[in-house]
Write a protein that binds this ligand. Structure first.
Ligand code: PAF
Length: 252
């Protein structure tokens, strides 16, 4: 089946209502990590819908929003070859008819780690995911473990609001040198790209958060945070103005 692009909420309702559906929300600039989510969704559901929407409310830095890669034509080709049935590609005015007057706020986990460095980020993420799940009404929605804090918050939100959607966690997909796949990786210079895999290496081989922080600094990586929560060591670093996040399981 050729991938169909749905631009409006009424098109989504008329094409998707009543279908057994897996859903992969994205901001586009797709890579192999997204495609694995699509393949898993296709394996577990009759139909798959992927949304592509660069959600402005989750960017606390306007420059970051401006620089976020937009590659719709390429994404379309990749999704077609991964077996995606539908793409939901909405506009801001359709997603935010209220101009962001209403939002979903979580008061605990969203305030630490990425939430501490990017105030308001998770309000934007939770709000847009709530809207997307209400519009698309999937049976299951797929999220990568790379964004571990996001994944937990979304899972908790669907439980808190009794939403009829199962959240499926999928393992982080990595380049052969260990760097977690991310849409932001394309913004790394050749020199920064050589340094970037040290992030995962150091997170996974350090005996404490403190050791990881020191080793990252010594390797020339600017540390935003390294902290352990939920049996994971989570970190965020800057390479120039590119912010990368990653996390690894730690033994208890
Ligand atoms: O992980 C992302 O790409 C985004 O935060 C999401 C979940 C699509 C919401 O905009």
């Amino acid at each position: 089946m050729k991938t169909q692009v749905l631009r409006t909420i009424s098109e989504v309702k008329s094409h998707l209502q009543g279908k057994s559906l897996g859903f992969v929300p994205t901001m586009g600039a797709l890579h192999e990590g997204h495609l694995q989510l699509v393949r898993q969704a296709k394996y577990e559901n009759k139909y798959v819908c992927v949304s592509i929407f660069v959600n402005p409310t989750q960017f606390n830095d306007p420059k970051d929003l401006e620089k976020y890669p937009r590659t719709f034509e390429k994404d379309l080709g990749l999704l077609q070859s991964a077996g995606c049935d539908y793409i939901f590609y909405p506009e801001y005015k359709d997603m935010y008819p209220d101009q962001y007057r209403f939002k979903v706020i979580e008061n605990e986990f969203s305030k630490i780690l990425c939430g501490a460095s990017r105030p308001g980020h998770f309000d934007g993420v939770l709000t847009v995911v709530m809207k997307l799940l209400n519009i698309v009404s999937p049976d299951k929605a797929y999220f990568g473990e790379k964004d571990y804090q996001q994944l937990l918050l979304i899972k908790d939100m669907t439980e808190a609001f009794f939403m009829n959607c199962q959240i499926v966690a999928c393992p982080t997909v990595r380049e052969t040198d260990g760097l977690a796949m991310s849409s932001r990786n394309v913004r790394l210079s050749a020199e920064q790209r050589v340094l970037a895999p040290e992030f995962y290496k150091i997170l996974s081989t350090s005996k404490s958060d403190d050791e990881a922080r020191k080793r990252l600094l010594t390797a020339g990586l600017k540390v935003d945070y390294v902290e352990t929560h939920w049996n994971r060591r989570l970190g965020a670093i800057f390479l120039g103005d590119v912010r990368l996040i990653d996390n690894v399981k730690v033994a208890t």
